[in-house]
Ligand binder design. Structure first.
Ligand code: MG
Length: 308
């Protein structure tokens, strides 16, 4: 059974304690603050701030608390060693996503194909692990590489995300479907060329990933590798990450224009406050259109709202 571990603030842990009050377990493991047992779900919150979600409903439940970006911690060791020697100089199609831990804005997945011949140009244009880059840097590099790199960028708008989520699809499943489709689009674009390998920035175990794709008409399976922090392992994923992030920045700009206020990223306290302001000034239907509605931020914003 997959475990999802998130890092929570003391405030969040307090909120969880309230939310799960009626399901508290009397068996509290060493180092834990509380333990919850429900059918299909157990939750253990530790003094270190780590909260572990287990069971069939674990991943979806963890996502409610807004920081579902960390199953990476668990899979961190799976990877680099299993990549073929000299991987970074192979011809690779890679994919990465953005927006999964942000209350506001869409989920976006981008896939890119980068071959050996393209690498010097991309390096010269500044393509590298984008983690430390600012938004303006990301957008300026993206603008330069979009015309030269075969890519596909898929945007899952909030209304569609909320509909899928309400119908029982978890975030991991949505991610898997988007990664698979974006990669397929790229493979079609570069035909008849075939990449040496495909690298997916890992967000789920390989078996889980393919289980999520069970209903997809076609699934990319040949030479597929999974690795966490993959943007540092091949320029294809680094480029995909930059393009996805630049599209995300654009989406925020569009939202800010439409709503007439500045929208914070992430899922923290500032997000709750801005969401509450939108509730007060524009109402619930509008807020829902721009957010991942199942996140805990919704409840927090409603509590902050003057109308509540
Ligand atoms: Mg990623």
């Amino acid at each position: 059974m997959a475990n999802t571990v998130i890092k929570a603030t003391p405030k969040q842990i307090e909120a969880m304690q309230t939310a799960y009050l009626s399901h508290m377990s009397a068996n509290i493991p060493a180092g834990a603050i509380f333990a919850v047992k429900k059918p299909g779900l157990s939750i253990t919150a530790y003094k270190s701030g780590k909260v572990m979600f287990q069971g069939t409903a674990g991943e979806r439940e963890a996502a409610k608390w807004g920081t579902a970006t960390t199953p990476k911690a668990k899979t961190a060791k799976v990877t680099t060693s299993s990549l073929p020697v000299g991987f970074s100089s192979k011809n690779v199609a890679g994919s990465d996503e953005v927006g999964t831990g942000d209350y506001f804005g869409p989920m976006i997945v981008s896939a890119c194909y980068v071959d050996q011949a393209m690498m010097p140009l991309l390096k010269q244009l500044g393509v590298k692990d984008s983690k430390a880059m600012t938004d303006p840097e990301i957008c300026s590099i993206a603008k330069k590489i979009i015309p030269v790199v075969p890519h596909s960028t898929l945007v899952l708008p909030n209304p569609k995300y909320n509909e899928l989520q309400a119908n029982g699809m978890n975030q991991g499943q949505m991610k898997a479907i988007l990664h698979n489709r974006a990669l397929e689009n790229v493979l079609t674009k570069i035909e008849p060329i075939k990449p040496d390998a495909i690298l997916i920035d890992q967000f789920a175990e390989k078996n889980t990933y393919y289980r999520y794709l069970a209903k997809e008409p076609t699934v990319v399976r040949e030479n597929v590798f999974f690795a966490t922090k993959a943007e540092g392992l091949h320029l294809a994923v680094a480029a995909a990450s930059i393009i996805a992030r630049s599209r995300f920045v654009e989406a925020f700009r569009e939202m800010e224009l439409e709503l007439g206020l500045s929208i914070p990223k992430g899922a923290g306290a500032r997000v709750d406050q801005v969401a509450a302001d939108i509730l007060d000034s524009k109402g619930e239907v509008t807020l829902q259109k721009y957010t991942k509605w199942h996140f805990a931020n919704t409840t927090k914003a409603k509590n902050l709202s003057r109308r509540s």
